[in-house]
Structure formats: C-alpha cells, structure tokens
Design a protein around this ligand. Sequence first.
Ligand SMILES: [Zn+2]
Ligand SMILES: [Zn+2]
Length: 254
Amino acid sequence: MMIDMHVHGMAHGEFDFSEENLSRFLKEAEKKGIEVMGFAEHSWFLKEIDVGVIDNLRKLFPHIRICLGMEVDHVPDMDGEIIEKIASFPFDYVMGSVHEIEGWMFDHPDYSHGFEHRDVDELYEKYFSLVDNLIESGIYDVIGHLDLIKIYGHRPTKRIEDFVVPVLEKAARRNMVVEINTSGLYKPVKEIYPDMSILKLCKSLGVKVTVGSDAHLPEHVGRDIFRVLELLKEIGFREIVSFENRKSVYHPID
Ligand SMILES: [Zn+2]
Ligand SMILES: [Zn+2]
C-alpha cells in the first residue's frame, strides 16, 4: 500500500488551493500507484483551504483516498484562537512540525548561517524540548520530520537516543504518529527524517509511523516512499498509518 501524507499543493504560496492545481498532484499520485494522499498545507494558508474543492477532487479521483490535513509550525504558547480554528476545521489529520527555535527559522536556507555561532548540543536540547512541547500540547495527530534539526548535517556530541527516547515514549503514551519524511534525502544531510536508528526505536517503543514526501511540486509526490516501505519491513513494521476524521487508519505494508 503506497501512501503519501505530506503534500503541499500550494507549495509556499506559488500555487492556489484550486481543483485545477491540486489535480496536478493527484494525477502524479495516480501515475505512481499511490492509494492514499494527504494534502498538508502550511498553516499560514488556513484561510485558503476549501473543503468543497477536496469534495470535488474525491469525485474526480475515486481511486485515491484524499485526506485533508495541515502542517502547523509549532511554537510554544500558540494563539488559542488558531488552536480552536484548527480543531473545528474538518481535517483528517493535523501535523505538528518544529521549524523554528526562539524565532530563528533554522531549516530555511537563508538563515542556515545561524548554526555557525550556536552550540549544537544546546540546539538539539532546545529543538527536542520544542518537540516535547508539541506532543504535550495535544493539538496534533502526527509529528512531522522528527529530527529536522540535522538538516545541514550538524550532529550533537551526545547520542541521538538520549534526545529522542523521552519524546518517543511520550508519543507512544499519547498515541501520536511519527512521520517518515523523504525530503531530507534532497537536503545537505541526505538522509530521511528520522534516521534508521530512530525508526528502530519507534518500533521497539510501539510508536506507529506514517510516510510523506513533503512534495512542493507535483513531480515530487511519492518520491522515495517505496524505499521507505522496504526499510520499514526490514525493521519489522507491518503497517503504516493514514488518517480519517482525526483517527488513525492502518494499512498493511505489502
Ligand atoms: Zn515541515
Ligand atoms: Zn512540509
């Protein structure tokens, strides 16, 4: 079962949330044999999300189960009004992602120089405490690209397990799903998020996983997902998760 739960049909605002535009992504999904696809637009576009467009697309693409999601930039003390809006919107799932440490967009190529004058151990500490805060907030179903902080290849002196195990234990208790995101393969780090050792921890701690390409262009839909499914099988995962109405749907990996 091929799924892709992380598609940005609007990219960074270059495209609109129209039937015509989103169809381009779905046609690509069809071509690649994807059976479940989730649009997870950035939360800055919340006002532009039109459920009617998704309803029409569901009729136009009956062989793909189209999920409506959102990727939210998680920051501590999120505005209550936004949280309420997200909760009342008919999303199938909401993904929380940490892209920002104390106002610094660390994953943005324009600001990557910020790594130069910061202590990497301290950054990992801060990043994972934000992930912990994300889980604790109860706003989300999925944790996006769990180890994004490695994007430019900076590694802590401490073992990554020391940062990750506490958050995974919490995620397991709260039934939160970890996203495996293939876009890291095309970033300086050239690895999927999260890496193999973390995926093994997910397995042993009972954390369920979903898969996404983080496509911002139609041709990137489904990229490397087949490879991830092979990896997951090797580790011993039997199923992957998609979502419907804020509930997990389990699919066997075949
Ligand atoms: Zn992201
Ligand atoms: Zn994304």
